[in-house]
Ligand binder design. Structure first.
Ligand SMILES: [Zn+2]
Length: 412
């Protein structure tokens, strides 16, 4: 237990009780109003701990703050997201602390007999002896990403109160809608005002990522031709048949359920239609740019072939919702990833690299000019009712961030 124990646990519990669930496809600047409740809380808290330039952008729901430099060292930013995933309820979250976990089943909810067991979640066994924050098993906890916010806030307070620790400008942003593809799109780089940043998101202890997938989504529309079945021969073009034909050619061994580590995939996420019209949505993902481009060409080829086979304009394709592998950008900045690894090691934690099989706000930010690797926020079982956060994972992150500030100061 460190001096940060009370601070990080009180913070995570307070933030978790504020519902900030985001919502997909609303078309709004900020998908749900409730995210502002946490934004105001954090805004007021940043003021209380004497952070500088504290600002809440009322339109984008982004909270900004600075810890001003006390030396000429290079600055860096820290970004965490305030929303929780739409996958599980974030309302009436009831966080509680289990002290000194003994490796056995944990009763989360006596009334509903909800138990979390290491038989189902062996990751619990990594935390024997830890104090752990759980829920009552009916909602997510929201440690994704409020464990990240708790660590960043505690770090900020500590650095502000310890002027003897030399550091450059440290810029903080708390963002909305990460879980629904917000990509920190409204982050104001001028206000943020640092050349590089780190997100704190993701599970486990000591994990970091500087690579994400390259990503795109194919939206395929198939225009069929429906006529009476009695006179259909040689005339009808059934959009469902054509869609099935296309779908059947997407390799089964290159799907998310059959791939891992650095393997890319095709992921069909929508298949609907009538004889007259059908729609397909297929995600493509790959770390490797060439393999990614080949996947894109393959889908385009399937569409061309369908058009040749059935009619030259029967199927059309639109590409959207893309982001690049942030490794393209993060590896070009000297020291960016190395400093993070050094900070993790300096905190006596083993750094573990994990190419992130998804996207982060960092993938988009990196391609827009703010290279932004990720440090795990230390939660487990995110997006579900069995999410939990070992308190020492958050304490570790505070220590890692302090080391990071010191390492950047050495570069002055
Ligand atoms: Zn997250």
């Amino acid at each position: 237990m460190t001096e940060f124990y009370d601070k990080v646990s009180e913070r995570l519990i307070r933030y978790a009780k504020i519902n900030t669930q985001s919502k997909a496809n609303t078309g709004l600047d900020v998908s749900t109003k409730c995210q502002f409740d946490l934004a105001y809380e954090l805004y007021n808290e940043l003021k209380r701990i004497n952070a500088s330039n504290v600002y809440l952008d009322e339109k984008s729901c982004i909270v900004y703050a600075n810890i001003l430099a006390n030396t000429s060292a290079k600055g860096f930013g820290l970004i965490t997201h305030m929303d929780t995933a739409p996958d599980a309820s974030g309302e009436n979250v009831m966080p509680w602390i289990l002290k000194n976990y003994d490796g056995k089943d944990v009763l989360l909810n006596k009334e509903k007999n909800i138990i979390i067991s290491p038989k189902d979640f062996p990751n619990l066994l990594n935390y024997i002896g830890s104090d752990i924050i759980f829920t009552d098993g009916t909602t997510l906890l929201g440690g994704d990403d409020k464990a990240g916010i708790a660590a960043v806030m505690t770090f900020a307070e500590y650095i502000i109160n310890h002027d003897e620790i030399k550091h450059g400008l440290i810029s903080i942003a708390f963002t909305p809608d990460e879980e629904v593809g917000g990509l920190a799109k409204n982050l104001d780089f001028k206000r943020f005002n640092v050349p590089v940043a780190y997100t704190l998101d993701g599970d486990h202890k000591g994990y970091y990522s500087f690579e994400t997938f390259n990503a795109l989504e194919a939206q395929i529309k198939i225009k069929g031709l429906s006529v009476h079945t009695g006179t259909a021969k040689g005339i009808m073009k059934n959009a469902i048949t054509i869609a099935t034909d296309i779908m059947s050619k997407i390799p089964l061994n290159e799907r998310p359920e059959n791939t891992c580590e650095r393997e890319g995939f095709y992921h069909p996420v929508l298949f609907e239609g009538t004889c007259e019209e059908a729609y397909l949505r297929i995600l493509i993902r790959d770390f490797d740019k060439d393999l990614f481009n080949k996947k894109k060409e393959f889908i385009e080829c399937l569409i061309n072939n369908a058009n040749k086979k059935y009619n030259d304009t029967i199927a059309t394709i639109t590409w959207s919702n893309g982001y690049p592998n942030m490794g393209e950008y993060t590896t070009k900045v000297k020291g960016l990833v190395e400093n993070l690894i050094e900070a993790i090691k300096a905190s006596n934690i083993t750094p573990i690299e994990l190419p992130f099989r998804g996207g982060t706000d960092g993938s988009s930010l990196s391609s827009r000019g703010l290279p932004c690797p990720n440090l795990s926020a230390g939660y487990e079982n995110a997006h579900g009712r069995f999410e939990y956060v070992p308190i020492d994972n958050m304490e570790d992150n505070v220590r890692i961030l302090i080391e990071l500030a010191k390492i950047y100061a050495k570069e002055a």
